[in-house]
Design a protein around this ligand. Structure first.
Ligand SMILES: C[S@@+](CC[C@H](N)C(=O)[O-])C[C@H]1O[C@@H](n2cnc3c(N)ncnc32)[C@H](O)[C@@H]1O
Length: 261
């Protein structure tokens, strides 16, 4: 496989995001909602796209689920195989190439966390949802965590920094380049309504939740690591307003849960 985006950041990804104060809190919110919606109950066959370093795969495995976790970056998969439980099936796979994947067909829960789907453009996202419609059986669940087209924190940040040209940068149809640990990653932002439109024919939407409306984006870690008490307060608000789906379109990420009809 040729070199993929995120190959160069794979080694530092956990230090920069997974283990950061902000990253940990954002991920805890994802787990809290999965728990609340009963998606961690019982024993599921989980298929994860864009698993990164495999932190979530390991978490699901420890909860007693069977896990297949994939990522386009071979370097990410190498990290997974080194750091995570060897009973988890990890292999490199681009979302766009999942057409003949047997583990996906067997799965009853499909998961994509923290913006992997923002690496797909509109057409690729549509094709991906169509693929899931074809492959997944009735009652299978999916949970996606995606970056929307607006983010209140980001707008305030750009105003304070005087970066006027950056305001509204998410709300574009063309790819925006995001610097991930020194790597320029083309990123497409997708609104909850766009996802809803793509899903509604074959899936029933069961939850739309903000992830990090009050919690800040992870690039604000240098500031918040000096003021962890402030992050603690924001986290309390995050929990308090977690069910306000209207905030999803203005958060750093949002979480969408749906069930195959
Ligand atoms: C921001 S990271 C998220 C990683 C992980 N899900 C997490 O929660 O930390 C995005 C991941 O998406 C993967 N990715 C990007 N484009 C992809 C594609 N077309 N197919 C599969 N994975 C992709 C990257 O390699 C990277 O590991």
């Amino acid at each position: 496989m040729k070199e993929q985006l995120f190959d160069t950041s794979a080694k530092h990804y956990d230090d920069q995001f997974t283990n950061s104060l902000i990253g940990q809190r954002q991920r805890q919110r994802v787990y809290a909602i999965l728990r609340e919606k009963g998606l961690l109950d019982g024993s599921r066959l989980i298929f994860e796209f864009n698993c990164g370093t495999g932190f979530d795969a390991d978490f699901f495995f420890k909860m007693g689920h069977s896990v297949t976790a994939t990522d386009a970056s071979e370097k990410m998969i190498e990290q997974c195989k080194t750091a995570r439980n060897s009973s988890i099936q990890f292999y490199p796979l681009r979302i766009q190439d999942a057409t003949h994947d047997q583990a996906l067909e067997n799965a009853n829960f499909v998961f994509s966390n923290f913006g992997g789907l923002n690496c797909l453009n509109k057409d690729e996202l549509k094709e991906f949802i169509e693929l899931l419609s074809r492959k997944l059986k009735t009652d299978s669940q999916l949970a996606f965590v995606i970056m929307p087209k607006h983010c209140l924190w980001e707008t305030v940040y750009f105003v304070v920094k005087g970066k006027w040209g950056e305001i509204g940068r998410r709300n574009k149809n063309l790819a925006q380049t995001v610097n991930v640990n020194g790597e320029e990653v083309p990123t497409f932002y997708h609104s909850p309504s766009e996802l809803n439109r793509l899903l509604r024919q074959d899936f029933t939407l069961s939850a739309l939740r903000p992830i990090a409306f009050f919690l800040p984006p992870s690039y604000m870690e240098p500031f918040f690591s000096k003021h962890p008490w402030l992050l603690g307060i924001l986290n309390k608000f995050e929990i308090l307003f977690s069910t306000w789906s209207k905030l999803a379109n203005w958060s750093d990420h949002y979480m969408l849960i749906a069930q195959r009809k």
